[in-house]
Design a protein around this ligand. Structure first.
Ligand code: NAG
Ligand code: NAG
Length: 215
């Protein structure tokens, strides 16, 4: 009996985080309080401003070497207004020869819009390893289903830019090369579980690791 009484209370406690659009207009992240597994707590409405929903175009991007790419996150602590809305975005700049190497976005579908430039993109299905690839240019849109490994790389003669949107405020990213060679496992163990020679693993570890991409 007791659990039926408490269920509505439990649901009303979870709602502001999990589907707040049903109960309130927004829940701008209060960055002064610590993050919960479901996102940030809400900033008091009286101190919410238009800047909480705005990211200036001039924000300097974060660079990832050695891939010749950089990015401006539009999620999490970078973009307080998006907290709780089940949505995230990122601007990605690919310099000449820039590559977003094979990676997985574990917690979101991804749509990209090509702002400028020319790039090749693709993803690989689970189980059957079917590959879907496409060359994209300015104005094109491409969709990557959740959880599948994917890549993009610049094939143009100038910087390419895409805007990616995710149906999760914290979509996560796991770059396959970092997962394999940016970890602290001994080279012998990585060689064992990848069937790549110890010498090659050592050389790949020098190139990729050790590495984390932060939150
Ligand atoms: C990285 O991108 C910049 C900007 O497009 C370009 O000038 C540079 O040559 C690229 N570096 C490599 C190694 O291709
Ligand atoms: C890059 O420049 C070369 C040489 O000018 C040209 O042949 C090629 O079509 C250009 N590639 C793209 C994607 O614009």
């Amino acid at each position: 009996m007791a659990k039926y009484v408490f269920l509505p209370i439990l649901i009303s406690f979870l709602l502001p985080f999990s589907s707040l659009a049903l109960t309130q207009d927004f829940c701008v992240a209060n960055l002064l309080l610590s993050q919960t597994p479901a996102g940030y707590q809400c900033k008091p409405a009286a101190i919410v401003t238009a800047n909480d929903f705005y990211l200036p175009g001039a924000i300097p991007p974060i660079t990832i070497q050695p891939f010749n790419i950089s990015f401006v996150p539009a999620y999490g602590s970078y973009f307080p207004g998006i907290n709780g809305l089940g949505l995230g975005g990122v601007r990605i700049f690919l310099g000449v020869n820039g590559v977003v190497p094979l990676h997985n976005i574990p917690r979101a579908n991804e749509i990209i819009f090509v702002v400028r430039g020319t790039l090749n993109v693709g993803f690989i299905t689970s189980n059957s390893n079917v590959v879907y690839t496409k060359r994209l240019s300015q104005g094109d849109i491409f969709l990557f289903p959740q959880g599948l490994v994917r890549f993009y790389y610049n094939v143009g003669n100038r910087t390419a830019e895409v805007f990616a949107v995710f149906n999760n405020q914290n979509p996560g990213i796991q770059i396959t090369d970092y997962a394999l060679f940016g970890n602290i496992l001994p080279a012998e163990v990585v060689a064992k579980v990848t069937y790549i020679s110890v010498a090659d693993v050592q050389s790949l570890k020098r190139f990729f690791g050790p590495r984390t991409l932060g939150a």
